[in-house]
Design a protein around this ligand. Structure first.
Ligand SMILES: *Cc1c(COP(=O)(O)O)cnc(C)c1O
Length: 408
């Protein structure tokens, strides 16, 4: 069994929060799709930074500044290696996925004209819809939607037929945060490139579960957030192919992103600094690197294998509950189970689960179009990580059954 490759008991000791109680019950944390918990190795990196070498980077001649610069640039290389990007300067440090998407969407303003077409999938997070709608407003480009089916899988036929020389950009998430679907991004990238369009993949939800090989994918842009990868909030990375990043204009102006400033003219710094105006989240970037070290020490393959078993187990057990419906039953899924109980509001279930110490998310999960598709106000979403256990899945199932009995 793959389970044997993960020492869950040892892993759980790395996460102090997992041993706390909520409402008198041991916490069962199943809101990992919103944010992951933080192992003490990452907390240690944060404490170490502020204890030993807190300083501003890239500008200082003094030792602390050099140490901080080295550690920050090492983190960039860790991100590059983890995702197999060809060059470290193709990794732009951001405040998270939302920031990365906005940077690209803003950058395309000057490249688009009336009548150009952009494609989005039917199951995007709002952060991969709204910046593109704003881009369409600025340029007169048109947004088209790759539809999905009842299983929560994308249907590529209309996309395939609709591609043309007007198609400029395609943006799709690698994994849906609302349904857990793993999207066929390899095929989408091939099709889009065939039409001469660029592709941005929102990897926020995929990165904790599947390692993307950016060179093999040949994707143009890929975005992630550290806080879904056992790192801190407020930091992330945008990968962009060198040629695209050279072409895109800077997103923000300020210090750090310039080569030379006079009142007549400013020349911009090279990559990656052109896109990194101002003092970044230095400690956060370093902690992001520590989080990747932590995940790689366990091994992404082992994590994926364990999580797949846990997902199958929890899915089968939940489906035994009368009236329970799971939204998103794609053939390829990661650790998200979105469900409802017939006739019961998701919020009421979430409230009872919290009383029992179980943290899940209820609502539209920043993906209202998905809820509209299923004609529901929202779902209960249980999302698993490698530090969750079968016993926790059992507690979830027992609690949902209890909620059903109380509410129906
Ligand atoms: C979490 C998430 C985002 C947004 O990430 P931020 O860290 O809030 O910027 C975008 N897309 C998907 C699929 C997500 O899961």
């Amino acid at each position: 069994m793959k389970t044997a490759t993960l020492d869950i008991e040892k892993i759980r000791k790395d996460f102090p929060i997992l041993s706390r109680k909520v409402n008198g019950q041991p916490l069962v944390y199943l809101d990992n799709a919103a944010t992951s918990q933080t192992p003490k190795q990452v907390m240690d990196a944060i404490v170490d930074y502020y204890s030993r070498y807190n300083a501003n980077i890239h500008r200082g001649v003094h030792t602390l500044s050099q140490e901080a610069t080295d550690a920050y640039e090492q983190a960039r290389i860790k991100i590059q290696k983890h995702f197999n990007a060809a060059r470290a300067h193709e990794i732009i440090m951001t405040s998270g996925t939302t920031h990365g998407i906005n940077l690209v969407a803003r950058g395309f303003t000057g490249f688009l004209k009336q009548g150009d077409e952009l494609w989005v999938s039917a199951m995007e997070h709002h952060s991969n819809i709204v910046p593109w709608q704003m881009l369409c407003e600025r340029t007169g480009a048109r947004l088209r939607v790759i539809p999905m089916n009842q299983n929560g899988e994308l249907e590529l036929a209309s996309f395939r037929e609709g591609l043309s020389d007007r198609t400029r950009l395609v943006f799709v998430n690698h994994v849906s945060n609302a349904l857990g679907t793993v999207n066929p991004i390899e095929e989408i990238i091939d099709l889009a490139h065939g039409a001469g369009a660029a592709v941005l993949v929102d990897g926020a939800q995929a990165a904790p579960h599947i390692r993307a090989d950016l060179q093999a994918l040949d994707v143009d842009f890929y975005t992630v957030s550290a806080h879904k990868l056992c790192g801190p909030t407020g930091v992330g990375a945008l990968y962009g192919k060198e040629a695209w990043l050279e072409k895109l204009p800077p997103y923000e102006g300020g210090g750090e992103m310039i080569e030379e400033v006079t009142f007549e003219k400013t020349t911009y710094a090279g990559l990656p600094h052109k896109f990194e105006a101002g003092t970044p989240n230095i400690c956060g970037g370093i902690a992001f690197g520590a989080a990747l070290d932590y995940l790689n020490a366990i091994g992404m393959e082992a994590i994926s294998g364990y999580e797949a078993e846990l997902l199958d187990y929890a899915t089968a057990e939940l489906l035994k509950i009368p009236g329970l419906k799971i939204y998103g039953q794609a053939a390829r899924k990661t650790s998200v189970i979105s469900f409802n109980l017939e006739g019961i509001h998701p919020y009421d279930i979430g409230t009872i689960l919290d009383k029992l110490g179980i943290a899940v998310r209820t609502g539209h999960h920043c993906a209202q179009p998905v809820m509209d598709f299923y004609k529901i106000p929202g779902t209960v979403r249980a999302s698993f990580s490698f530090y969750n256990t079968r016993e926790e899945a059992d507690r979830l199932v027992a609690a949902v059954e209890k909620a059903r009995q109380m509410l129906s």
